[in-house]
Design a protein around this ligand. Structure first.
Ligand SMILES: *Cc1c(COP(=O)(O)O)cnc(C)c1O
Length: 366
């Protein structure tokens, strides 16, 4: 049995007619840059997430960079984040000119440990950048109250959590700014790169509109050092269609996750923990296996089943971040979790029999 980590072909087949037509329309109209579909999609996104504004950009990484820049965070400023995330999180902080300051994660949620944030706050701290990992939102109330107490901004990295909820709000619609990615493998994936920034602040969205388009405030007049970072019309057209199905697809993901959980019940496998405040959206289904993780991984791959480690080496231990001065032992929880996590195939069209096969192989190794 060959099972991919995610299967974008099956999804395309299920919506092929609509997608092909939408692409054809864009190509026929040739309005490739900031065409009508971009604005329409932005409105639909804001509506879905219940934010006042949403603005399309070229990628999730750019969403983070522009968000940080818009808040005037730069040289000499510190941004507190998790070391257990994709490199784009810190890459964006550094590209905006600021310095990432890491805070250890919670052993159950794998998200930033909100009890350890306060001790990282200094006079240079300008923002907290929580990452909603795998599809599970962070404990936002605690983060918001710390932000209020110390006058900090909150930028959410919701790249892996499109459709997740925290209490009655959508992940990415809670802090000052929310950042999303439409990388093909995310819950809402484009057919190439894409990203989005959300906010309720009118001034912020105005500035972002200039920033993503070379800092242009009037045609060929520039008042800000900007970027070329717009969401392609073609991608917006694809995303507009996919947005209609996202609730259904997330429900299907949840069903798969429940089946995995049920089949792992009673074994030593640690299945995803979901706190009462959160609705998971399972961009990844990630289990934890003590000691035998790598044996299981090898055996799954031998059997044609794709799996992945998100992430095998925490960001504070990455060579690129040597200059930040961290060392092994600085974030013991994250360092332990990185040796135990394993993400299994997860996508809406995954079959029951496939999940049963995957679980059987995992269990046979422990
Ligand atoms: C995917 C991802 C990003 C970056 O998104 P791109 O669209 O690939 O640039 C940022 N943060 C996290 C946590 C991600 O998973």
């Amino acid at each position: 049995m060959t099972i991919p980590l995610t299967d974008l072909k099956k999804q395309y087949q299920s919506i092929k007619k609509e997608i092909d037509l939408a692409i054809e329309q864009v190509v026929t109209n040739t309005n490739f840059i900031l065409g009508r579909e971009v604005e329409e999609f932005e409105k639909e996104m804001a509506n879905y997430l219940n934010t006042k504004f949403a603005i399309g950009v070229a990628s999730g990484t750019d969403a983070l960079v522009l968000a940080i820049r818009t808040l005037n965070i730069s040289e000499g400023d510190e941004v507190i984040t998790t070391p257990f995330t994709f490199i784009a999180t810190t890459e964006a902080i550094i590209r905006a000119g600021a310095k990432p300051v890491f805070c250890d994660i919670d052993e159950e949620t794998y998200n930033i440990d909100t009890n350890k944030i306060e001790e990282k706050i200094t006079s240079k701290t300008k923002a907290i950048l929580p990452v909603h990992l795998y599809g599970l939102s962070c404990e936002m109330d605690k983060i918001l109250s710390l932000a209020q107490k110390y006058n900090l901004k909150v930028i959410e990295d919701a790249a892996q959590s499109f459709g997740s909820e925290y209490k009655d709000k959508k992940a990415g619609a809670i802090g000052d700014i929310g950042c999303f990615s439409f990388f093909p493998a995310k819950n809402l994936g484009a057919y190439g790169d894409g990203g989005m920034i959300t906010t309720n602040d009118e001034q912020t969205i105005q500035k972002l509109k200039f920033l993503r388009n070379h800092g242009q405030t009037e045609q060929y007049h520039y008042t800000l050092h900007g970027f070329n970072s717009r969401l392609d019309t073609l991608q917006a057209a694809v995303l507009k269609i996919k947005l209609k199905y996202i609730e259904k697809w997330i429900t299907m993901r949840l069903e798969k996750a429940r089946l995995y959980n049920k089949l792992f019940l009673g074994s030593e496998i640690i299945t995803p923990f979901i706190p009462a405040y959160s609705e998971h959206s399972f961009n990844y289904y990630t289990i934890r296996i003590k000691e035998k993780r790598d044996v299981v991984l090898t055996r799954l791959k031998e059997n044609g089943i794709a799996c992945a480690i998100y992430y095998p080496l925490c960001l504070h231990l990455q060579e690129v971040h040597n200059d930040l001065g961290y060392k092994i032992g600085d974030f013991p929880v994250a360092e332990k979790i990185q040796t135990e996590v394993l993400s299994l195939p997860m996508y809406p069209e995954l079959e029951k029999e496939e999940i049963e096969e995957i679980v059987k192989i995992v269990k046979s190794q422990i």
